[in-house]
Structures are given as C-alpha cells and as structure tokens.
Design a protein around this ligand. Sequence first.
Ligand code: FE2
Length: 383
Amino acid sequence: MPLLKHSYSFPTRMEYGPGAIADLPKIIKEAGFSKGLIVTDQGIEKVGLADKLRNYFSDAGITIYSYSDVVSNPTEQNVIDGTKIYKENNCEFIVGLGGGSPIDVGKTIKVTAVHDEPLEKLDDTKGGDKYIINKMPPFYAVPTTAGTGSEVGRSSVITVASTNKKTIIFSPDMMPDIAVLDPEITLSLPKKLTAATGVDAFVHNLEAYIMDTFHPFADGLAKEGIYRAFKYLPIAFENGNDVAARGEMLMASAMGATAFQKGLGINHSIAHALSVYYDTHHGLANAAVLIEVMKYNITDKKVNEKMAALGDLLNTENDALAVISAIEKWLIKLDMPTNLKGIGIKEEDIDGIEEYAMGDPCRPLNPKTVLKGDVTQIIKNLL
Ligand SMILES: [Fe+2]
C-alpha cells in the first residue's frame, strides 16, 4: 500500500489547557464576529457550564443565543430546532458545548444553516457530501467529555427521522475551526461517564490502529492514544479532580478521532446496533463487546501481529492474547462490563442486531472480513 496514492488531513487548531475556555470568546471577537449560537444539552445547563460560557461571551461583548435540548443519541429534530434559532437570530457562528452529541448537532447546524437539503439526502454513505458546497459559518467545539473526539472530526452522526438510522454527515469543511481542550471543564464528569467515554476514546484508537490501511501518521497517533487512555483513564476514574489525568484523556480522545479517519470496525458496528435497540450508552456498548471482538479479530494474522506489538505499551507480553487480557483487567478496574449479561439482549432481537451491524458503515472497514453469522456468534459468546 505504500505504493498507492493517499490523502491525509490533520489541520484542526487546538487550544489546550486549564482555563482555555475563557479565551474562546476573545478569539471569536478578534475574528470579527458579534452574534452566535451555543448548542448544548440539559445536563450541561444543570451543572452551570453553559452559564459560565455565556458569561465569558457577555464579558467579551458578544450576543449569544442557546439551544440546550440536544438528546444523548442526537436526532434530526435537534438539528432542525437549533438551525431555526440560528437563522431567526442571524447568528454568525456556532459553539458546540458538551459531549459528542451537542458537538455533532452543532457541527451539523453549521451545514444546515446554509444548505436546505434534508439530512437523508446528505447521508455520506450515499454520496451526500456532494451537496455540501456552500461556504459555512465557523464552528467552535468545546468538549466536556473525553471520548468521542468529535471536536477534531469532519463528520457527525445524527439519527434521521425518515429512516430511524444513525446517519453520517461528512464534509472536509465540517472540521471545527477551533477545538478547545480545557481539562478543567471535564472535572464535573461523573465517574461512570468518565469511564464509558474514556473507553470509547480507547476503542477509537485501537480500531483505527488495527485497521489494514496505509496511514503511518494515524497509526502513530493511535498508539500514543492507546497508551495514554490505558494509563490515565484509571487515574481520572479514581480521582475525577486530577486535572493532569483529565488533560491526558482529552488528548487521547482527540488522538483517537484524528486516527479514526482511517475508519473504525465491527466493535463500533455492534455498539451502534446496541444503542439503537436498547439505548445503551455508546461507550458502555463498546466496552461490553470489546474483548470478544478482539478475540475474533486476532484470528486474522495481521491483526494478531499488531495486537501483540501493543504489549510494550500496555505493560504486558508481546502476545495478542496477553494484550487482550490486560485490556480486560483494565475494563474491570474501570467498572465497565466485559459481556452483554447486563444489557438485557432478547433472543428474538439477535438477528436484527446482526443485520443492523452488517449494514453499519464501519463494518466493511473491519480488518477481518465479517461473514454472515459472525456477529450473532460474538453476541452469543457474550451472553
Ligand atoms: Fe465511538
């Protein structure tokens, strides 16, 4: 593959550091904007983070509107409602404040603010990116969790009303103009969510790393992200106020999402299906299937070699099964599930879950070819 042509893109501006959020309104003001929209959710409103950011905007003399009703698996209606507020108030920029959901909705409003096509038409798997052609307003991402890495990504995942499917909207121009990585604003993240979102970051790095695509830059970032998440997530989990560990996790998260421009794999496909069927938290779903999916993947020789090579980073032997065992102990330490016993899988749903996972856009990129019946077997092994 080094002999083929590839296109790489790593351009996100990142403002990292404790207190970095306070500088964002000043940067936006200097860019010449005076009116914008914050996209967030009720959880962020309740802990006072949205008020904090609104105050910084008001101090900088910027008028700010808010859309605060994003749900955890964001919907087309969220995008429609936020776009309405943006347009009615002639906003000039958007800030996504929250976990992956508000950032994904904010990023999508960046598109729908200047494009009238329905989201179904913009579906990336159906070539929808060709309709995203107009100049879009700036978008600033302020993650309050360290997991999805949406703050450095060029796509969003929104459940479209007409199909009830999680749909990828993609354009190179959807990349946030600035990602503000401020570890202090992740301190309020509860223990369970710290673990679940952090595992998501770890899985992004891991699935990107084992993918059989020529992308040495992404591989380098993925290995660094695997190392950081493995080392620092248990520290942030034990002591949520450890600013340094929180900062390391923000980095692992941004690395994961930068690396997964290579793509993700079947772990995410099954996690997506579980979220649709049982509204399982995305990170928790990724944790629950990870060990069995990796045991499945290492039957592929190349994946086995890559997994074995992680032994040095995870402080274990250079052996694929030893690496998987170290990951399993790590998940247990984080109080995360390592099987599906607690999810409440119904026997009659398994065929549908397999069908959903097989149709998921991540599945074709899995390094081991996924055959009919494989997903069912993985799920049954986890019950
Ligand atoms: Fe994910």
